[in-house]
Design a protein around this ligand. Structure first.
Ligand SMILES: C[S@@+](CC[C@H](N)C(=O)[O-])C[C@H]1O[C@@H](n2cnc3c(N)ncnc32)[C@H](O)[C@@H]1O
Length: 503
């Protein structure tokens, strides 16, 4: 299930400075108060570890609550997200600095403190003295005095060697390119392997592409470690992109760029999109250009015959439903937005609130049974399937460490069932878009090919060609499937297949 769908589990109460309270050394706590940005970053990282929380959901609330703004907020954000993203790299480095002590044997809070210190030293250009002394102060505040000597010594050892020298040393120890890139770019090995597999499978479909898979893999993994640029969607018929750009300009005093691919996209370089009048009114929203493109492609696919009823089988939280709803309203079509989780169905209602009344109906239910309940009813169907989210690692810093290959089995059977149901729900001649925010072939082409084989009565359309017709510039796609990439397109790694029901 995607991040927004999972609630935060009750968390273990964080007890600042346990040891101090027990030995009564309060004065030292007062004189070595850690700064609020670092303390906030630490607390978010602990919540991520202890309660399965999502950093991008917890951090903004904490910053607001504590009135941490401007440069301090930017520092806390980079410290939190950078530490979470690059945890694999830092663990490999820290393991060389603990004098033989395994990282698993450290108190988890102390390990997180070391990671925070390592990111300041190696990823943020914080001066050594400040990075070490502040991390030691934070350690004393949140854990107590016992590990401060160790934290000080380990971070000083980390700081003795520049990042590139560390990476060269780790590369020399790696047994192959996948292991080397996994450590250097901080991805679990199975994820790196899956990305490599996906790039290779594209090469089979388009042999003309660069065959330097290792080089491209390195670029892709590095792109996953950079924060994504925010893109806005101007929902057709609700606001024109130029009018949205005017609102951004009024807020930021800078004319925003238009999207590289989506005709509806506006890309503000700064500002607070949530405060734009169009976003507040629901005429626009924050949406990755990849998500915009796949929804636009479904709406643009040629249909034989009637075009009246559209279905979004897995609609929550409703980004694509809002875009499809706006398009549907412009064509006098109706959209049924289905979602299994009631609270997410509520989010769909919110996202689609600005679409003219009577266009979108929100339904709470299991998409797997919808095809049997309403067979052949729909002309266009979107299956934006629950997936590992490996295509959105840029925006969910902790997710790469949370997922495991075991998730693929559970998700794979759900994905197949949902696509089968969509093929039942669409009428003969109608089109189904199968979409994932993951490039893992087990969630993309294998699901499509298996389902086509099992269900029969459907054919694959050339999704690249359809996508080219809606894109404002050539996304350089080949073959029946569309796979977008952060390093090539600057989008999430969205996958799209288009299928037409034939019998
Ligand atoms: C990738 S998200 C969809 C994102 C959405 N299309 C958007 O653009 O905002 C997948 C959604 O599928 C929902 N889901 C999971 N299992 C489902 C099922 N059996 N039937 C319908 N929806 C399901 C999840 O709750 C989640 O909201």
């Amino acid at each position: 299930m995607s991040p927004e769908g999972r609630g935060e589990r009750p968390r273990r109460q964080h007890r600042p400075n346990r040891a101090h309270r027990s030995n009564g050394a309060h004065r030292s706590n007062r004189t070595h108060r850690p700064d609020r940005s670092r303390l906030t970053a630490f607390e978010v990282i602990r919540r991520v570890a202890e309660s399965d929380a999502y950093a991008n959901l917890v951090l903004p609330g904490l910053l607001r609550e504590r009135d941490i703004t401007a440069r301090d907020a930017a520092f806390a954000t980079e410290l939190t997200y950078g530490t979470l993203r690059l945890q694999g790299r830092y663990d490999a480095i820290l393991a060389h600095c603990t004098r033989g002590r395994a990282l698993e044997d450290l108190d988890p809070e102390v390990l997180d403190l070391l990671r925070l210190g390592a990111h300041q030293l190696l990823g943020m250009r914080v001066p050594v003295h400040a990075a070490v002394s502040q991390t030691v102060a934070l350690t004393r505040h949140v854990v107590g005095p016992a590990p401060t000597g160790m934290v000080n010594a380990v971070l000083r050892t980390v700081a003795e060697t520049p990042l590139q020298t560390w990476l060269d040393q780790l590369a020399a120890e790696a047994e192959d390119d996948v292991a080397r890139l996994s450590v250097a770019e901080s991805h679990p090995v199975w994820v790196t392997r899956a990305m490599r597999q996906s790039l290779l499978s594209e090469l089979e479909a388009a042999p003309g592409r660069s065959s330097d898979i290792t080089g491209e893999l390195a670029t892709l993994l590095a792109a996953d470690n950079r924060p994504p640029r925010v893109a806005l969607v101007a929902r057709p018929g609700l606001i024109e992109p130029d009018d949205l750009a005017d609102q951004v300009e009024a807020q930021t005093r800078q004319r925003p760029a238009r999207g590289a691919y989506s005709p509806c996209a506006v890309v503000p370089g700064a500002g607070d999109p949530g405060r734009l009048p169009a976003v507040e009114a629901g005429a626009a929203g924050v949406q990755d250009e990849g998500s915009q493109l796949v929804a636009l492609a479904l709406a643009a696919a040629e249909l034989e015959g009637r075009d009246e009823r559209w279905l979004d089988l897995c609609a929550g939280p409703g980004g694509k439903a809002a875009l499809l709803g706006a398009l549907a309203a412009g064509r006098d079509c109706r959209l049924l937005a289905n979602e299994v989780a009631p609270h997410r169905a509520g989010l769909v209602r919110g996202s689609t609130a600005a679409v003219p009344a009577g266009t979108v109906e929100v339904r709470i239910g299991d998409g797997r049974s919808l095809g049997a309940e309403q067979p052949g009813e729909f002309d266009r169907v979107l299956v934006d399937a629950p997936c590992t989210g490996l295509g959105a690692l840029r925006r969910r810093p902790e997710s790469r460490w949370r997922r495991s290959p075991a998730d693929l089995a559970t998700l794979g059977s759900l994905q197949r069932d949902l696509l089968t149901s969509a093929l039942e729900a669409v009428r003969v001649g109608g089109v189904v878009a199968y979409v994932t925010c993951s490039p893992h072939v087990a969630e993309t082409r294998l699901v499509v090919e298996d389902t086509l084989r099992r269900s029969g009565g459907a054919q694959l359309l050339d999704a690249s060609e359809v996508t080219r017709t809606v894109a404002v510039s050539d996304p350089d796609l080949t073959g029946p499937y569309v796979q977008l990439w952060p390093h090539r397109h600057g989008t999430d790694a969205m996958f799209l297949a288009l299928l037409r029901r034939t019998a």
